[in-house]
Design a binder for this molecule. Sequence first.
Ligand SMILES: NC(=O)c1ccc[n+]([C@@H]2O[C@H](COP(=O)([O-])OP(=O)(O)OC[C@H]3O[C@@H](n4cnc5c(N)ncnc54)[C@H](OP(=O)(O)O)[C@@H]3O)[C@@H](O)[C@H]2O)c1
Length: 245
Amino acid sequence: MRRIHPDIEDDPDLVAAYAQPPGEWLRINMVASADGGAWLKGLSGGLSSEGDRRIFGILRGLSDVILVGAATVRTEGYGPARPRQSWRALRVGRPAAPPVAVVTRRLDLDLGSPLFTETEPYARTIVITTESAPADRRAEAAKNADVIVAGEHRVDLTLAARELRDRGLATILCEGGPRLNAQLAAAGLVDELCLTVSPLLIAGDAARILNGTASQTRLALTQVLQEEGFLFCRYVREVSDELAG
Ligand SMILES: NC(=O)c1ccc[n+]([C@@H]2O[C@H](COP(=O)([O-])OP(=O)(O)OC[C@H]3O[C@@H](n4cnc5c(N)ncnc54)[C@H](OP(=O)(O)O)[C@@H]3O)[C@@H](O)[C@H]2O)c1
């Protein structure tokens, strides 16, 4: 791994490279093809690399909670984030692993899967849903997960973020997918984007990394790392110069 912006450094300390300010912060982490596609054959794995997975793990270790859309949970087969030896130093004073928080209206999730049945008490999966979600599914989910109701027909993401932070989960890592990302941006909740650009052209009908209502968030490019043709870009929201939505 080599840093090529803002300075040049071989083998930079990745934990320091991705340190975030103290307090509330929401970062999105995504990988895209060079032509902007967010999945290959329906999954993100074909766009990724060993370096991307390394950074993915570090970002998880640095987060209080992993936020994810239900479609990503279903397609990527999400399980709980398991504690890693390498996270020990990153998580002093915090639980050994962050919980996963799933945004869903329909609650069409496999509630018998490890994401719900194999969590540690300190990192029970959180289901963020709506008042209109099927009551029986909500009751079923509550057996093995913490359920947050935030909104009537759609999850109000501002309210959802508030609820997570009220639980002491200040630093939110959103791992997609694109439909959830677009709503976070539209709500003005995105502080940072970590974007891996994969050296691959794919065309096809994959969505971009934000897919939904138009919005504008001005970003500053704060860091670029490079490895095997992959670019690892870190963008932080330019707070002083926001564009109107
Ligand atoms: N390139 C990458 O880094 C990356 C990362 C993640 C995912 N992906 C790919 O992206 C695809 C999935 O992403 P996606 O954009 O289609 O979906 P998504 O954002 O993962 O999930 C969409 C689902 O989340 C729930 N949801 C989102 N906003 C909601 C709201 N405001 N209120 C209630 N529920 C809400 C709904 O779930 P219900 O249907 O359950 O109601 C909705 O169907 C997969 O192919 C995955 O492989 C790529």
